[in-house]
Design a protein. Structure first.
Length: 607
């Protein structure tokens, strides 16, 4: 059938084009075209005069979107990355096939088969990858890394801007994946400690990019407000912390000690919060009111003036905001760069321009120091608070087993006090716990799971626990749990501090566990009790033969405490043990410990 110009509404040129196209269309295409034209008519009217009735045809099937598997790989040290990874997987699985995998459980050689890849990577220490990311991190930086030309990816980097190598692990993954030929699905986002809003925006951007590239329609907004859901019990989290009453707050150190270590017992009854040995408790702290008053006095700001404290535009009186919302005790290079143009005196910009100078300048200084040296501010309180970040929560290794202490959680908190630049400095949260948190007071808390620091599943597995000072906290929870379970596995603890008489934390409990057989062996090192300083790594080397025998028997080894010194020294001691007792060279000994780490038998909770 041919269209004629005389009996149709088309021009001669349009008629020629239609006569060229129409004979080539099959029934499926004709039905689709008719529906398309009808749908685009004003009021939904038909697009062309209906043809004589023909036998009914099946409606065309909807065009299906291209569906690819989405893999989310998480590199997390403290659990923030893992927690957000679980949220992302839950949100995305409604529209996509999603696999959520911790990097330690991912086989690097499978990387070449990944279609869409989301990397959620935190940075540990001085720009280092978390322990559970090392295997994959090393692989993609090796010659064995495959070309990834069929992979699309996006990276969410978690970090702390007060450190020099902010979000370095995420940046490294992002750069290397691009070098390997992967296509960037959505730009990398770098998150500070207050990461939730930025992470949510990244996830929304990723979801939109996937929908656009796959051809899937975006989820439609509901036309009407759904009926109000029945009220459920509140879920407590970092954004909605539970206010736990302090039941006990005891100084664990003896009279004359150089330290103050607080044992806190908090009431969790009614919270629904649950935890496992190895997890951490987050506390949302407040700044010292004395420091806030000093800052207000220096600046001359009105403490009752309202300032904006979040993206939704919520406001609080300035004094309350500086006490409960904004960080004023820790400086970073990005913050100094933002503050420099807001100050009357020059000089701060020159400090930030020198990498080594800014690092030394930041150490031990706070916002009061900046005002004293470079102030006053030329900007008002609203503008200055607008560049401050939120007070980050403090995470403390839990020192109790919920099986042994139902509806309670215990902490071991070392009060941080020191002098710098002519002023006494105090740890924000630790001194709040030590000086301003009496029994009966409440602290806003949440549970931070730590999947990378856990007891073995098999209760007959030996464990070796190594820690100094407050690093003993999770081992108290381990032993309480094992006692409750009546676990048969051997346990050995290496503990160190300054003085036996004043600093042997939980001495009575540990000695009781040794007596009862819950703790098989205990070696202690008190560095200031003799002429030569003795630390836990020295005790490990003294017991090298037995330590190696336990490892060969399948023991898990744990390190908790200071990452800068103790953790590195203990690792070096374990390398030496492997060399001496296993007959390994240096590289072989490192490989031996790497294998323990890959098998989740070498776990660290360091800070």
């Amino acid at each position: 059938m041919q269209l004629e110009t005389t009996n149709s509404p088309f021009t001669e040129k349009q008629t020629e084009l239609l006569n060229e196209v129409l004979p080539t269309l099959n029934n499926h295409q004709k039905v689709w075209l008719n529906g398309f034209l009808a749908a685009n008519q004003p009021g939904g009217g038909t697009a062309v005069q209906e043809a004589p009735e023909t036998p009914a045809q099946e409606p065309a099937p909807p065009v299906e979107a291209v569906k690819r598997t989405l893999t989310i790989l998480v590199a997390s040290q403290t659990g923030n990355g893992q927690s957000f990874g679980e949220q992302a997987a839950e949100k995305l699985k409604a529209q996509h096939d999603v696999k959520l995998v911790s990097m330690e459980d991912f086989k690097p050689k499978q990387l070449k088969d990944v279609e869409d890849l989301l990397v959620i990577a935190s940075t540990h220490g001085e720009g280092d990858p978390p322990d559970n990311a090392l295997k994959l991190y090393d692989f993609i930086h090796s010659k064995r890394a495959p070309k990834l030309t069929d992979t699309r990816f996006s990276v969410l980097a978690l970090g702390d801007s007060s450190y020099e190598f902010f979000c370095q692990t995420g940046k490294d993954f992002d750069q290397k994946l691009e070098e390997l030929g992967a296509e960037r699905l959505h730009p990398r986002v770098d998150c500070d400690v207050d990461y939730e809003d930025a992470a949510a925006e990244w996830l929304a951007g990723v979801e939109k990019a996937i929908q656009q590239q796959s051809g899937a329609p975006e989820a439609a907004s509901p036309d009407s407000t759904p009926a109000e859901a029945p009220k459920e019990k509140p879920v407590y989290s970092k954004k909605n912390p539970f206010h736990a009453e302090i039941l006990e707050n005891i100084n664990l150190n003896g009279r004359g000690s150089n330290k103050e270590t607080r044992h806190l017992e908090l009431d969790l009854e009614g919270s629904g919060l649950d935890y496992k040995p190895g997890d951490s408790l987050g506390i949302i702290p407040q700044n010292d009111p004395v420091l806030v008053d000093e800052l207000l006095q220096l600046t001359g700001w009105n403490p009752e003036e309202h300032v904006v404290v979040d993206k939704e535009g919520k406001t609080l009186p300035l004094k309350e905001a500086l006490t409960t919302v904004f960080e004023i005790t820790k400086l970073s290079k990005p913050l100094l760069e933002k503050l420099a143009p807001l100050l009357e005196k020059d000089g701060l910009a020159a400090v930030t321009a020198d990498k080594e100078k800014v690092k030394a300048f930041i150490e031990g200084r706070d916002l009061v120091d900046i005002v004293e040296e470079f102030g006053p501010f030329t900007a008002d309180a609203a503008e200055v608070t607008g560049v401050l970040r939120k007070i980050p929560p403090r995470l403390y290794s839990i020192a109790s087993s919920s099986a042994a202490n139902p509806d309670e959680v215990h902490l071991t908190v070392g009060a941080v006090r020191y002098e710098a630049h002519g002023r006494e400095r105090k740890g924000v949260c630790s001194v709040q716990c030590a000086e301003r948190s009496e029994s009966g007071a409440k602290l806003p808390v949440f549970i931070q799971p730590n999947p990378n620091f856990k007891l073995p599943e098999k209760e007959d597995t030996p464990i070796i626990m190594i820690g100094a000072g407050t690093g003993v906290a999770p081992y108290r929870s381990f032993l309480e749990e094992r006692e409750e379970r009546d676990a048969s596995g051997k346990s050995w603890m290496f503990f160190g501090d300054q003085h036996f008489v004043t600093d042997f934390l939980y001495q009575t409990e540990f000695q009781s566990w040794v007596k009862d057989g819950v703790l098989t062996k205990m070696d202690v090192a008190f560095s200031r009790d003799g002429q030569e300083k003795v630390y836990v790594q020295h005790r490990i080397l003294e017991q090298a033969e037995e330590v190696y025998r336990w490892l060969e028997e399948g023991a898990y080894v744990y390190i908790c405490g200071d990452k800068q010194h103790m953790a590195k020294d203990v690792h070096e001691a374990l390398v030496t043990v492997a060399q001496e007792q296993g007959g390994f060279g240096r590289e072989e000994a490192e490989a031996y410990l790497k294998q323990l780490r890959d098998d989740k038998r070498y776990q660290r909770d360091v800070y």
